[in-house]
Each structure stands twice: as C-alpha cells, then as structure tokens.
Design a protein. Structure first.
Ligand SMILES: Cc1cc2nc3c(=O)[nH]c(=O)nc-3n(C[C@H](O)[C@H](O)[C@H](O)COP(=O)(O)OP(=O)(O)OC[C@H]3O[C@@H](n4cnc5c(N)ncnc54)[C@H](O)[C@@H]3O)c2cc1C
Length: 448
C-alpha cells in the first residue's frame, strides 16, 4: 500500500505512543497530525473519570510536543474537519468492536468518504480482535476455558516499536478545542497538573515493570486478597489505552512462573468479554440467559431503598460496604470485592444487574463497557459462560477467607466496630433460600 503524503491519527482508546500501530502508520506520512474527540457522552462520566481522561490527554499532548488537538463534538464531524485542515487523504485509527464503537466508526467512515477521504483501521484494543477466535465449525465460543485455549493457540504479534513523539504537525486552533487544564481539575480540589508524571505513559510502563519484578510471583496466591492489594492496577491504563495488552502479554510470557500464566488468563477474560459483546451486542442491556421471572425482581420504593443502602455502603455487611466505599472514594474496586457486591445486589437484594452496572459505569475510572456489562452478567448468572445462577456469594465467609485480619474492611469502614455502623439489613441465609426458590420456579416455568 502506498504511503499517503498527509495522514491523520484519530486517537481513540489508544492514548499512547508505544506499541501503537495506528499512530505508527500515520507517522509514516511526510505530514502527519493527530486529533482526539471530546464527545458529548463524556459529560455523563463521573468527574473523576473526566479528570483522568483530561490528564491522560494532557500527557499525550506533552509527549507529542503539544501537537495533539482535542476537540469537542461528534467524531464524524470533528475527525472530518481535522482531516480537511491537515489535508489528510487517509485517517488511521484502532478498530473498535463494541456496539457504540462500531456505530461511531461507521459514521466517521461515511463522513470521510463523502469528503473524498479514507478511514483505515490498524490494530484494536485487544491482542486478538473480537470475532477472530472461533470454534472449528465457525461458531463463537460460549464458554471461557475453551475460548482461552483457542485464543492462546491463535497467538498475537509482538509489540510494535515505540514512537518518539517528534515531528507531528500542529492543527491550527479551533473554537472547539478543549481546555485540558480546566478539565483535568474537574472533580478535584488539588491541582492535578502539579504531579503530571503520575499520568505519563512512561510511568504506566514503569509501574507495570515493578509489578512484574516485585509482585507477579505472588499473583497466584494473593490476587483474591483485597487486604494485600497485590494486583497490577492496570485496568485504568488498559481502558484508556495507555498500554496495549500485547505489551502486557509479552512481559508475562517472558516471566517464567506459574503466576504469569494465571495473570495471562485474566487478560484472556478481557478478550473473551469483548468477543461475547461483539457476537451479542444486545448483551449490553439484556440478560443472555434469563434467571428470574420479571415479577421476582424488586421494584419501586423497596428497590430504591435497597439500592441506596448498597450504593452508600450501608448494608451492614462489611465486605459489601467496604467495597462500595472504596469505589466511591477512589473510582476503583478490587475484583474479588466487585464480585461480592454485585452478587449481593442481584441475589440478596434482587435488584436487576443493569442497575448495578449503571452505577459502576458512573463510578469506575477503569470503566470498560464490555468488561463491566459482561462481568455483571457473569456474577448475575445471566451471561454466556457456565457460571450458574445458584452460586451465591456469602459476604461473611468471603470476608473470612479473603480478608482474614479484617484489614480491608477496617480501612474503608472507620466506624465498623462502633454503634454507628448499621446491623445487617437482611438475613443472607434466608434471602439465599428465597432467591433459589424463585430461580427454580422460573426455570421450571421456562422449560414447560
Ligand atoms: C461486576 C464487575 C464489574 C467489572 N467492571 C470492570 C470494568 O468496567 N472495567 C474493567 O477493566 N474491569 C472490570 N471488571 C473486571 C476486574 O474487576 C478488573 O479488571 C480488575 O479488578 C482490575 O484490577 P487490576 O488491573 O489490578 O487486575 P489484575 O488482577 O491485575 O488483572 C490484570 C488485567 O486483567 C484483566 N482482568 C482481570 N480480571 C478481569 C475480569 N474479571 N474480567 C475482565 N478482565 C479482567 C483486566 O484488564 C486487568 O487490568 C469488573 C468485574 C466485576 C466483577
């Protein structure tokens, strides 16, 4: 393929210069510029997530010598306008596979083509693009383990060489340009740009390197322990594309320890969920497997009260409350605790999973549509994988097992052992029995 004279890099969930085929392809052109869209949807995000986006964009712009334009508006209009300004015949981008990502890139392609320009995809936020790994009969996998084996056998490329950030052309100013300094301060009382190194791509890579050197060997034994906090914390960088999973997998492959294979398997979950959503776009809202009858879910004021106690960390179950407070205070929660709180909402309180997933969307900084919706479906037992509905997490025994010294719950619930802390809002054993009875009834009705 001939290299166009002028290209544009459309920055999406790939906000990095290392291992970035879309940026590298654009940089091959004699003239090359970059555009990022600040879409109207960002205004539904939490202040913390907006601030994070702005800080990551700010860092990327710094790394590109100031030559990244970030503009408000719908991508079809913003990208086309920028391509016109840069006189770019080709726009390079990483391909998305989620329902909204696909709709956006279709609109951008149509607008560019109408303007006599071309959208070319290179790479995606995954090691193996969703839709590629299939059973021998061509059908998608429904169950995780065989998917993972096939995914490993498929393999992936080595990381692409890093760019140095020099040589990008600056687009002239526009009244749609976003004031990143102001946005970076959103929802925060401290000046975030006082510590810019915190958000740099180099910092993400260095932190990951330290994780591999210092903690990866312990991953197998400690990854379920929220009190030890031994996981990689890579989810936010992966969600914003500050690191590519290929880079992560290459480091894990070099690490000769059984823990590295478990860690790799967690990344396979990320790829599996993206694959499931690609094949079943309706899974973003609808249960793939129904579990209870419509009338069995709580509704109205009862549902609102239950939801608010859960959301505010006031259920009287320390593991649930600690998790919800960690989420509220930091925008992140340990995976084991995400499972416990999600199970509690769906199976103890019988609130539909979609309401919990919506709350996570608003609160998580590492929010990722496919991961969030499909993990909720996994815990709710409504997903594609074999997680059965009748496996109900007991919040007390989960705490005994994974927070044995109560360090995690004490950290997030200062009033834990005082009269100020609520008594349990329900009897877990009794609710479990009711939920299971409803489940069996609904199952019998469906099979009639
Ligand atoms: C109800 C619920 C909602 C979730 N919502 C999100 C979300 O919006 N965004 C998100 O990135 N993760 C989500 N997860 C998955 C998981 O909790 C986080 O990826 C993990 O806690 C992030 O911490 P870490 O980077 O330290 O993970 P590590 O244990 O260090 O794992 C490394 C990477 O593997 C991937 N990974 C690990 N566990 C999972 C998993 N269960 N599913 C998919 N990928 C996984 C992540 O990319 C993670 O960064 C959710 C899980 C549950 C149960």
């Amino acid at each position: 393929m001939t290299v166009p004279d002028s290209s544009l890099w459309w920055v999406r969930r790939d906000m990095r210069l290392a291992d970035n085929p879309a940026a590298a392809s654009a940089a091959e052109s004699r003239n090359h510029a970059a555009i990022m869209c600040w879409t109207p949807g960002v205004h539904f995000w939490s202040g913390r997530r907006v601030a994070h986006l702005a800080r990551v964009a700010w860092q990327l712009r710094e790394a590109m010598g100031g030559a990244l334009s970030v503009r408000r508006g719908e991508p079809a209009q913003v990208v086309t306008e920028a391509a016109r300004q840069a006189d770019a015949s080709v726009v390079w981008a990483a391909q998305e596979f989620s329902p909204s990502g696909v709709a956006t890139q279709d609109a951008v392609r149509t607008a560019l083509e109408a303007d006599g320009r071309e959208l070319r995809f290179v790479g995606s936020p995954y090691a193996v693009a969703p839709g590629r790994v299939r059973k021998s009969d061509g059908d998608p996998y429904k169950v995780f383990t065989p998917f993972r084996e096939s995914w490993r056998a498929h393999g992936w490329r080595s990381p692409a060489p890093a760019l140095d950030g020099h040589g990008w052309d600056r687009l002239s100013a526009s009244d749609q340009d976003v004031d990143l300094d102001q946005m970076a301060a959103h929802g925060d009382t401290t000046d975030p740009l006082l510590a810019p190194h915190e958000f740099r791509e180099e910092r993400v890579l260095a932190d990951f390197g330290s994780f591999v050197d210092d903690a990866l060997d312990r991953y197998q034994s400690e990854r379920d322990r929220p009190d030890l906090d031994s996981t990689s914390h890579l989810s936010t960088a992966l969600a914003f594309g500050q690191i590519h999973p290929r880079t992560v997998l290459a480091a894990a492959a070099r690490h000769d320890h059984p823990s590295a294979r478990i860690f790799e398997s967690e990344l396979a979950w990320r790829e599996f969920h993206a694959d499931v959503l690609f094949h079943h776009p309706g899974a973003r809202r609808e249960s793939l497997t129904p579990v209870l009858s419509n009338q069995d879910w709580v509704a109205g004021t009862k549902a609102d009260a239950a939801f608010m106690a859960w959301r505010d960390g006031l259920t009287g179950f320390p593991m649930v409350d600690a998790g919800m407070r960690q989420l509220a205070q930091t925008g992140w929660m340990h995976n084991r605790v995400r499972m416990v709180v999600a199970s509690f909402l769906v199976k103890d309180l019988r609130v539909p999973w979609q309401r919990g997933a919506d709350h996570f969307r608003r609160a998580l900084v590492d929010y990722d549509h496919a991961q969030n919706q499909l993990n909720w479906q996994w815990v709710a037992g409504t997903g594609r994988d074999a997680a059965p509905f009748f496996r109900i997490f007991n919040p007390e025994s989960q705490r005994d097992k994974f927070d044995p010294q109560r360090r995690y719950v004490e950290r997030w619930i200062p009033e834990l052992d005082t009269p100020g802390y609520p008594t349990p809002m329900l009897d877990h054993k009794a609710e479990r029995a009711v939920t299971l009875e409803m489940y069996q009834r609904a199952k019998a009705q469906r099979s009639r």
